[in-house]
Design a protein around this ligand. Sequence first.
Ligand code: SF4
Ligand code: SF4
Length: 400
Amino acid sequence: MLFRTIPKTGDSLSILGFGCMRLPTLKNGDIDEERATGLLRHAIDRGVNYVDTAWYYHGEQSEPFLGRALGGGYREKVKIATKLPSWDIEKRKDMDIFLESQLNKLNTDRIDYYLIHGIDGEMWQKLKKLNVIDFIEKAKSGGFINNVGFSFHGNGKDFPLIVDDYNWEFCLIQYNFLDEKNQAGTAGLRYAADKKLGVIVMEPLRGGKLAGPVPADVKQIWEEAEVKRTPAEWALRWVWNHPEVTAVLSGMTDEKQLEENLAIAGTARPDSLTEAELQLIKKAARRYRKQLKVDCTGCRYCMPCPSGVNIPFCFEEYDNLYMTNNRAEQKFLYASRLGGIFTAGDPEFASLCTECGECIEKCPQHVDIPTVLKSVVAELEGPDLEKRLAKARKIFSRQK
Ligand code: SF4
Ligand code: SF4
C-alpha cells in the first residue's frame, strides 16, 4: 500500500480508502454483514487506513454496520470519515443531535474526518445561516471531531468560494477521467491542493461505468496500450497519477474488486503514467462521452421514489443500451431487472414516474430525472414489455 500525507494534519493516509456506500448486499437489500466485514477487515489488514461512510448510505445502515465491523481492535487502525446529513438540517440543534447519534452508531468517541455532506454554494449558505461554523468549532474543541471537510457536488464556480470560506482540513470531490471539467474538476483539485487541503476523490469509476461493461470501441483503445490493464485500472491510475490527490475512495462490493484495487494501490505513484498512456486515456474519454446518455453515478441520493421507480437502475440500463449496442438483449435485461423478478418485489419501471419532482433537487449530478425517465420509457418499455417479462419469469423461475 502506498500512502500520501494531508498537509494540514500530517496524517499519512492509504491512497486507497474504503467507501461504505456500495457494500455487498443480500437479496432483500440489507448489507451482507458477514461478507462486508470480511472485505473491510481484509482491506485494513492490507494497509487501508481511511474508511468513509455517511448517515444516508444503505438506508442509514452503513454507519452502524461500520461501528460493529470495526470491533476487535480494527477501530484503532483506521481514520473514520462520516458526514453531517445536510439535507435534514433545519436548525442548529439538529447538528448536535446527528453528531451524537453518529458517535453512538459508529461506536466511537471521536470522528477523525467529519464532512459537511454534499454541499454546493446554496446549501453552504443555508448551513452557514443555521450556524454550522459554531457547530464545527464546538464539536472540534469538545474533541468529538478531529478534522473538518466538505463533500462537493456543486458547480465549479462555487468550489473555490467554499474552500476559502473556512479553514478546512480536507475535501471530498468527484473526479475521474470523464469529470475533468465537471463539478470541482481539475481546476478545483489544484485549487484545494494549493490551499494545503487533503483531497479525497470519490466516484473514480463514475459509478462503475468506467469499469464495465466496456463498449467495444473503448475496449479496442485499451488494447492499443503497450502495458495491458483492465478498464478499472486505467481509471484508477489516472486519478492517482495526480499528485494533488490524497486518497481515492472505492466502494468494494466483492473480493475480486478489492484484490484488484489493493494491487493497483501498491504501485500507483504520482506522475507515473507516460505521455502515450495519458493520450490513450483522453481518446477513451472522447469515446465514452459520445455514448453516455445520463450523468448518473448511481449514488441513490434520489431514492426512494414515492412511486417506486428504481431511478439509478433505470438509468444504468439506459446507458447500457448505448454502451453495448445490443438493443434486444438490453430491452430484455431491463424487463427482467426492473420487473421485480430477481427480488420477488414490485416492478420498478420508469413508467411508474408521476413527475412529482421530489427527486430532482436531491440529485448531485443535476439530472433532470423525470425527463430522462421519459426517454427510458420510450426506448426500453413499449408494447412488448409484458412479453419480455413473461419470458424472463419463465427463464429465471426455471433456474431457481
Ligand atoms: S419525479 Fe418521478 S422518479 Fe422522481 S420522485 Fe417523483 S415519481 Fe419518482
Ligand atoms: S439520478 Fe442523480 S441522485 Fe439518482 S442515483 Fe443518479 S446521480 Fe444519484
